[in-house]
Design a binder for this molecule. Sequence first.
Ligand SMILES: NC(=O)c1ccc[n+]([C@@H]2O[C@H](COP(=O)([O-])OP(=O)(O)OC[C@H]3O[C@@H](n4cnc5c(N)ncnc54)[C@H](O)[C@@H]3O)[C@@H](O)[C@H]2O)c1
Length: 339
Amino acid sequence: MKYLITGGVGFIGTNTAITFATSIKNSIVLVDDFSRPGVKLNAKYLTRKFANIKIIKANVKDTNKYLSELKKTDVIIHLAGQTAVTTSITNPTLDFSSNIVGGFTLLETVRKYNPKAAVLYSSTNKVYGNLENHDLQLDKKNSQYKDMCHPMGIDENEQLNFISPYGCSKGTIDSYMLDYGRIYGLKTIVFRQSCIYGPFQIGVEDQGWVAFFAKQALAKKPLTIFGDGYQVRDLLYVGDLIDAYSKAIEKIEKIKGNAINVGGGITNSFSLLQVIATLEKKTRHPIQLTFNTERPGDQKLFISANKKAKKILGWVPRTSFHKGLDILLDWQRQYLFNQ
Ligand SMILES: NC(=O)c1ccc[n+]([C@@H]2O[C@H](COP(=O)([O-])OP(=O)(O)OC[C@H]3O[C@@H](n4cnc5c(N)ncnc54)[C@H](O)[C@@H]3O)[C@@H](O)[C@H]2O)c1
């Protein structure tokens, strides 16, 4: 099979490329503009390890730079884009250009030149906004917010509510992907992803917070918490996300046109403070914390119900947060601290 992955040397892209490149029958083309600081490290690793991976340095908008590859591909996984809510607020034009113009241009190019390809899109749980109609209560004893209406998580029937330019740009292409499936018959599928973590994630304060917290903990550096730290996220190990991608590709004819929530689910839901406590135990070192005001667009809680993913893909997350965090910490010790 031929795969084209936009944003391919980023965190999820690198892990996806490695998974598919392990079969020598597959060929993988990665398109990335290298705008994310640190991803050169991922590109170097991929080029050294895999002969069947080709990297094209290009903005996703410049489809002419990879059109010949796009025309031949069986599967397109669209991951490229501006990924931080904070950056989207300070620079909404960049966010619009990267996520909306980039995503739309790619989709139009697929429609014109390769409408038979499967197209997977990495959307986000941010399309559901801040769940203001839910009864979210603070359970201080357990250091986390609780959703009294949906204790088992949020499904795809939840009302869309784009908050922050990032929420708007991701949500716009989420809708376009589904509509290009309906109107033009493209084989699109949308993954509304919760918080993903794992190796090859170059976490920074603004995005990739689990990797950033872990890196700071290993380096014995302090952390700033924006908000009260009781915010809850369901954390999904990247290998499990790729398992969902693989299952979707296998079943694309049956499941095309769907949007699916994928997250760590209720069993892998933790507040920021709980993750910090776990890191302190694993690194055997206390982390110095400073608290700052809550960031705009930040959700108090998100937990994916994963019911639809189980029903139509036969997918459930398999990696516990404790196991996944150990894998991330091992990778950080090996790569990030030995450059
Ligand atoms: N990591 C998460 O927790 C998470 C959660 C929900 C959704 N997502 C989505 O998944 C996708 C991948 O996320 P990630 O965590 O791997 O992020 P990442 O930043 O590690 O990867 C994105 C890659 O895209 C590249 N890129 C950015 N703008 C580009 C452009 N205009 N043209 C070409 N390349 C460009 C970057 O250089 C980077 O390598 C993103 O679209 C993100 O919105 C991620």
